[in-house]
Design a protein around this ligand. Sequence first.
Ligand code: PAF
Length: 285
Amino acid sequence: MEVVTTPAELRRRTAAWRRQGHRVGLVPTMGAIHAGHLSLCDRARAGCTRVVASIFINPLQFGTGEDLERYPRDPVADQERLRDAGVDCCFLPEPRAMYPRGFATRVSVERGTERWEGAVRPGHFAGVATVVAKLFVATGPCWAYFGDKDAQQAQMVARLAHDLDTGIRVVVCPTVREPDGLALSSRNRYLDPESRQAAPCLAQGLRAAVAAFAAGTRGAAALAEHVAAPVRDQPLAELEYAAIVHPRTFAPLRRADARSRALVAASIRGVRLLDTIILGAPAGL
Ligand code: PAF
């Protein structure tokens, strides 16, 4: 696996691949590589003939008081995992390579980002959109893989790719879960043993909403209550939001249909976790 550290090097590498007739896959990550990231790499390997994975803890998407400083960093182990997953090139820039002195640009996607994560974390989505736009410009036309767990982010990135005529196809891949339902996330590493026991309450709420939907409940308030109840009942958890939303606009709904999305965010002893499911998802959780 080749390692490149500047956007210019990445651009040369992917352009050479395209000239040779390859389809390039891009898997953007912030490192702390887990099985969820590896499933994105597998999908990229299945759909493309060359795969780039980026590891960059993007300071622009962290707000004041968030976990930028303590975000897990293990680039050596991460590179090994990516190499074992068959990734051809790892893009591993320093912050200065992405944001040189004088950097003054922000990319902002307006629709679908106002609520939920956009409201709880002001500036977060502009930070994500800016780094993803830079990754897209450096990689060039490709297929780019994102996880459905961060559904609002994935929808925003698809909008950005389309609106900026990038020629990039955004592929959204299913959430990978622990056997007890907990969605994989790099932040799961922060959970102490008791918090880890408590953390599946988010998935339990989603599962309850999917079951209620399957049993005929259509009122969004009632369904959102199914999502919220196991989180509220968990003493270590603090619910931030539980909602039933439109799958593209993320606007709250009054009545749900099979394509509606349930969202939940909560802190477990201060560790912020997100989860989501499409209510009519045939496989459920
Ligand atoms: O989902 C993430 O890990 C990050 O938000 C991303 C897409 C890599 C941008 O920094």
